[in-house]
Design a protein around this ligand. Structure first.
Ligand code: SF4
Length: 352
């Protein structure tokens, strides 16, 4: 049973008066769209061999060199492509590149990203504890959307969406002290009570390990050519309810993130959201390509009168706790000010 004590929006407003809203600047890197799952709402995964790809080092470097002011390399990939329908394509391609697995290849891309001044954040689907261990030192933070603890029709062809599997990985990330991003996908067939149960599950993992830095409340957006193309996105009232519940259930140090390209953040900020996630000036949102990110100036206007502050992919609390490796320390020291947020200008006075 979940008991909610919801504070009125006006009280939260007062608390937020002197606070700021955060976002990060990233380069979005779609490593591969080959995925073992077939979620009913997904427009990202390869549907035919003609669509399937694995990014090459050359393509990756083109993205990275155009990073502009970004500090984060956001790596996204289909889950366990080695077990997917198009596994033969993936395996041949990755062998041609000189690697044997997605994790091994992504590690090399992370090293290159660091060399080019970007802090990696990997979101590669369900990974084993061993795989998390391999990636840990090369990532500022990592992520996996829980989505929901309910078992849904939308996930009937997605072995990686079994809630217990995802909770197990989030727990493993906690054991390894990896600053972690997770979230709920709203409107994919779950019930209201599932939102509460999902938030409670995240809270209990955070209570145990203290590693959840943010929880994304993401609305489902229908995609053409998917089984759920005719389903409506969740109403704004539902999103408001979930954000309010998230703020009531999760401890204060866990940020609530709402994506500004998928919803109207202003009202959600009043209800407890305090982060707008990563935006990219140079790359699109490959998961929601039809929804462009607002520019930084637009975000500043949207969140006023709150101040907009840029953060790194690792939140200030985890920088203070020292939850990062020697491999990425130089970049954190270069980009973070004494509060753990990004310098408003680089230490040299130049825009980095
Ligand atoms: S796991 Fe992700 S990439 Fe794979 S089908 Fe589901 S939503 Fe798409």
């Amino acid at each position: 049973m979940v008991f909610l004590k919801l504070s009125p929006a006006t009280e939260f407003d007062k608390k937020m008066k002197d606070k700021y809203i955060t976002f990060s600047k990233n380069i979005f890197i779609p490593v591969t769209n080959v995925c073992r799952n077939a979620c009913g709402y997904c427009g990202f995964r390869a549907r035919s061999l003609d669509d399937a790809y694995l990014i090459s080092v050359k393509e990756f470097l083109t993205l990275v060199k155009a990073k502009g002011a970004a500090t984060e390399a956001l790596f996204t990939a289909g889950e366990k492509p080695e077990c997917a329908k198009f596994a033969p394509f993936f395996k041949k391609k990755i062998l041609d590149y000189g690697y044997s697995s997605l994790v091994e290849y992504t590690k090399e891309l992370c090293k290159l990203a660091i060399r080019h001044g970007l802090l990696p954040h990997c979101n590669l689907g369900v990974l084993s504890k061993e795989e998390l261990k391999e990636l840990r030192a090369l990532n500022a933070s990592m992520g996996l959307m829980l989505e929901t603890v309910a078992e849904l029709e939308a996930h009937k062809n997605s072995p990686g969406k079994i809630p217990a599997e995802r909770l197990k990985m989030i727990a493993a990330a906690g054991e390894l002290k990896i600053p972690f991003t997770t979230g709920l996908l709203i409107g994919i067939g779950e019930k209201s009570v599932d939102h509460l149960h999902s938030l409670e599950a995240i809270k209990s993992l955070h209570d145990k390990y203290g590693h959840i830095q943010e929880v994304i409340i993401q609305p489902f957006i229908p995609k053409q050519f998917t089984p759920m193309r005719d389903r409506k996105p969740p109403s704004f009232e539902i999103l408001k309810k979930v954000v309010r519940a998230a703020r009531a259930i999760l401890p204060e140090e866990v940020a609530i993130q709402v994506p500004p390209n998928l919803t109207a953040p202003k009202e959600l900020i009043k209800l407890g959201a305090s982060d707008l996630g990563g935006i990219s000036e140079r790359t699109i949102d490959y998961i929601n390509p039809e929804s462009p990110w607002p520019r930084e100036e637009e975000l500043r206007r949207i969140v006023a009168p709150y101040e907009l502050r840029e953060r790194l992919p690792i939140y200030p609390g985890f920088i203070k706790k020292g939850w990062y490796s020697e491999e990425i320390r130089p970049l954190i020291e270069k980009y973070a000010d004494e509060s753990g947020l990004r310098w408003k200008e680089s230490k040299s006075g130049l825009v980095v």
